[in-house]
Write a protein that binds this ligand. Structure first.
Ligand SMILES: Nc1nc2c(c(=O)[nH]1)N[C@H]1C(S)=C(S)[C@@H](COP(=O)(O)OP(=O)(O)OC[C@H]3O[C@@H](n4cnc5c(=O)[nH]c(N)nc54)[C@H](O)[C@@H]3O)O[C@H]1N2
Ligand SMILES: Nc1nc2c(c(=O)[nH]1)N[C@H]1C(S)=C(S)[C@@H](COP(=O)(O)OP(=O)(O)OC[C@H]3O[C@@H](n4cnc5c(=O)[nH]c(N)nc54)[C@H](O)[C@@H]3O)O[C@H]1N2
Ligand code: SF4
Ligand SMILES: [Mo]
Length: 742
């Protein structure tokens, strides 16, 4: 006997609706019989990938932690939740008493963005931590893009996505959605959507140092040298101006003449040599954009995690403005979601309000960059990090200068990891607190939901009753411990939860832009009362949102509507004409000349060309950053952790296909098999990230060179201090010659 339920996959941004077949006999090892796509899902329309199907293995994986672990005599051993929390309370209290609250740090990893219990529960802990040491995977990912939006629109979450259904020219820069399924853009079935673009006579252009899976679907692929997109964009702006384009009058902007003057003053004579793109192709691209009805530029990891990340992200939207495509059908649109967060009271830019202690890196959106993490742990003095809570992350693999970071983490007085596995980072922890199985908690895309290819509202309740604390409760417990120095009992925890929820309701009632502004906090609290846990906040956000019932003020969505609609509520196509809502600058104008951007443009004069070979990254369908590598369903494929190198470079270096090579950077060397291929540009080598050389972490884990051992934490994008993980100068040599030379 089986039963079928619908569930959203929370692994990546495609957000696929799954149909999960369940065994009705309560056999813990075979709870899930099979997983397939939910064809009726209003958003993903039947999309699924191998990782979604492998969630069956993830749920049943005996290596997935189901109990806390505590370090005892050098080894991690199973412990009860009470013991684990008591251990944390003791140490945390000691660290705070001895070194002050600023000695406590948090690192927020990527799965947090896909998990409401984790993001809202641990959000409460982080907000009340009393320390500025907040780090996240964002500063090795999207922070430059969010900073560009904060500077330009006064709103870091104003992140436009291509109107894939209506554009006639999509330019993808430094992204590979055919594999990643989109990023800061929820776009399942991207291949079908790109084929449809082609079929209606539209054009796909890909700009990437690698002929990616997306580039193979393109009408045109331009190989670009890493880190040079800024010059390409400046040329496009100049060319569009030369073709007679001007900023459309309908945009409320400021600073355009200043920006235009600065751009016109930059000498771009060498751009073709520098980018590796012939002059004629650069000009042709500008003409294509000029001719198209609704051209749209979209950039991701290759444009953010590089040395000019903030500037590139900013200039991409300048081009989208100049072509009139921003906020217009077919162009770059701002999607909407059902859940509304309460807006922060406007208090100026969330940028550079404070600096990191050692290197003076600026705060970005309430965070410090991971570039500073190792040095903030290593460097003695007031404010030195002594305790770190790592939330669903694996910085030893995913952050720069891994060897140094690993050593630094080992010197902490307390490392707590909230993780479902022992990984390269949690393996160093004093305590690991495991989250539930993905199927034992609910799902709603509260963060990424406003970046969908279509507006929808979807919620999945837990498939199984949780067999351990939900992450919402773990977060609240850590928050209580940090604030009160002791472990809460059940009554105290629920009272603390009520406090957190009441705080959230007050924020909505004080947000002048929210329909709940001025409403009675107790009335709203009473209305969400029937829900429990994080669901109360979700019900609140949905009912306060654009399509919500505004708590009895009109017909509209509630969490219950979403529960009753497991295929999702379709809210229609993403639409244009939203700038008035989206732009949050004090005067309502789009700022085209923020001083940070103007300075970054001036600084281009000193931008030296990188010598030698440059390393860039890639992703493959069967991997997800540093995890899932141990699941048999995903790692039984051809070897993916290989270094791609162009035949001309391979010939010069006498490297044969398949041969083991050594890759050396300023900070480390790794050994990896070479793959000689024309898929990468000459001068560029490409290695996936997320792999580890460790042999004793998880049984069955596929091994490979850890890319980030090669990355120096000091190579950063100036404005955001995000590390340039792409465009790392390296030397590559045959393993045999590497051994003789050193
Ligand atoms: N060289 C290079 N490095 C990169 C990148 C790159 O392109 N090149 N990409 C960067 C990007 S974009 C990102 S987002 C970061 C990711 O960096 P991180 O977020 O630090 O690392 P992940 O590999 O995503 O690790 C996620 C961890 O969360 C755990 N986990 C998964 N689901 C859950 C859950 O529901 N609850 C809990 N508690 N734990 C869970 C997993 O076991 C895993 O250990 O890596 C960055 N690093
Ligand atoms: N299968 C799978 N899917 C994933 C993930 C995964 O690990 N596996 N990770 C998820 C996460 S956390 C994220 S953030 C997204 C990322 O999603 P994407 O950004 O679409 O993914 P990447 O494959 O990192 O694409 C980056 C591209 O930038 C190129 N590039 C590198 N340097 C430069 C440069 O200087 N200029 C230009 N123009 N291009 C450059 C690289 O060659 C690469 O093709 O994917 C998500 N989806
Ligand atoms: S593409 Fe794969 S991993 Fe991403 S949401 Fe869909 S099924 Fe999950
Ligand atoms: Mo990411």
């Amino acid at each position: 006997m089986t039963q079928r339920v619908h569930r959203i996959c929370s692994i990546c941004e495609a957000g696929c609706g799954l149909e999960v077949e369940l065994a009705t006999t309560p056999d813990a090892d075979a709870r899930v019989v099979s997983i397939r796509a939910n064809d009726a899902d209003v958003f993903s329309e039947g999309h699924v990938c191998a990782k979604g199907i492998a969630l069956k293995q993830l749920d049943a994986d005996p290596d997935r932690l189901r109990q806390p672990l505590i370090r005892d005599g050098g080894e991690l051993r199973p412990a009860s939740w009470e013991e684990a929390f008591a251990f944390i309370a003791d140490r945390l209290q000691w660290v705070r008493a001895t070194h002050g609250p600023q000695a406590v740090a948090a690192y927020i990893g990527n799965p947090t963005a896909h998990n409401i219990g984790l993001s809202m529960g641990l959000g409460a802990f982080v907000r009340n931590m009393g320390s500025t040491h907040v780090y996240s995977a964002g500063s090795v990912d999207q922070l430059p893009k969010q900073l560009a939006s904060e500077l330009m629109f006064g709103n870091d979450m104003a992140i436009p996505v291509p109107d894939i259904q209506h554009t006639d020219c999509l330019v993808v820069i430094g992204a590979n959605p055919a594999v990643s399924n989109g990023s800061l853009w929820m776009v399942p079935k991207i291949r079908d959507k790109l084929r449809a673009l082609h079929a209606r006579g539209g054009r796909l252009v890909v700009i990437d140092p690698r002929r990616t899976e997306t580039a193979r679907l393109a009408d045109e692929h331009l190989f670009i040298q890493p880190g040079t997109d800024v010059y390409l964009l400046l040329v496009l702006i100049k060319q569009l101006l030369a073709l007679g384009r001007e900023m459309p009058a309908r945009y409320q902007i400021r600073g355009w003449s200043e920006l235009k003057q600065t751009v016109q003053g930059i000498d771009l004579a060498q751009v073709s040599t520098r980018t590796g793109i012939p002059e004629a192709q650069l000009q042709a691209l500008a003409s294509t954009l000029n001719r198209a009805t609704s051209p749209v530029l979209y950039g991701r990891v290759g444009t953010t995690v590089q040395k000019h990340g903030t500037l590139v992200s900013f200039l991409i939207e300048v081009v989208n403005l100049l072509t009139g495509s921003l906020d217009r059908q077919g162009g770059a649109l701002f999607p909407e979601q059902a859940y509304a967060a309460a807006q922060r009271p406007s208090g100026g830019l969330q940028y550079a309000r404070y600096q990191s202690r050692v290197s003076g890196y600026p705060e970005v959106l309430g965070q410090l960059p991971v570039a500073a993490l190792a040095e903030e742990i290593e460097t003695p003095g007031q404010g030195q990090v002594r305790a770190l809570v790592c939330i669903a992350g694996n910085p030893v693999i995913s952050n720069p200068d891994s060897d140094r970071l690993q050593r630094a983490l080992q010197t902490l007085d307390l490392l707590v990891c909230v993780d479902i596995y022992v990984n390269e980072t949690s393996g160093l922890a004093d305590v690991i607190l495991p989250g539930t199985s993905i199927f034992e908690d609910s799902h709603y895309d509260s963060f990424l939901g406003s970046m969908g290819w279509r507006n929808v509202a979807r919620y999945s309740p837990p498939v199984f009753a949780p067999t351990q604390p939900r992450e919402w409760d773990i977060g609240l417990t850590l928050g209580f411990i940090n604030q009160h120095g002791e472990v809460p009992d059940d009554r105290q925890l629920r009272a603390y939860e009520d406090e957190v929820v009441a705080g959230a309701v007050s924020a909505y009632c004080q947000d002048q832009q929210n329909p709940l502004f001025g409403r009675d906090v107790q009335e709203i609290l009473g209305a969400i009362e029937p829900e429990a846990g994080v669901e109360r906040l979700l019900d609140l956000g949905v009912r306060a949102g654009k399509w919500g019932d505004h708590f009895g003020r009109r017909e509209g969505l509630t969490l219950q509507t979403l529960i009753d609609t497991p295929n999702g509520v379709d809210l229609g196509e993403v639409r244009g004409g939203r700038l008035a809502e989206v732009v949050q600058t004090p005067d309502g104008c789009i700022d085209l000349a923020p001083s940070v951007i103007m300075q970054a443009l001036q600084a281009l004069a000193d931008d030296a060309e990188a010598p030698g070979l440059q390393l860039v990254g890639r992703r493959s369908v069967n991997t997800n950053n540093s995890w899932l590598h141990n699941l048999a369903a995903l790692n039984q494929v051809r070897q993916v952790c290989v270094l791609e190198i162009h035949p001309a470079d391979a010939k010069r270096l006498e490297i044969r296909d398949g041969e083991q090579v050594e890759v050396r950077s300023a900070v480390a060397a790794v050994s990896v098999p070479a793959k000689v291929t024309e898929a990468v540009a000459p001068g560029v080598v490409c290695l996936p990230h997320g792999f580890s050389e460790s042999t004793d972490i998880l049984p069955g884990q596929s091994k490979g060179a850890n890319y980030n051992r090669l990355v120096s934490a000091s190579a950063i994008d100036g404005p955001s201090a995000t590390v340039a993980l792409n465009g790392v100068p390296v030397e590559v040599m045959r393993r045999a010659s590497a051994q003789t030379t050193g």
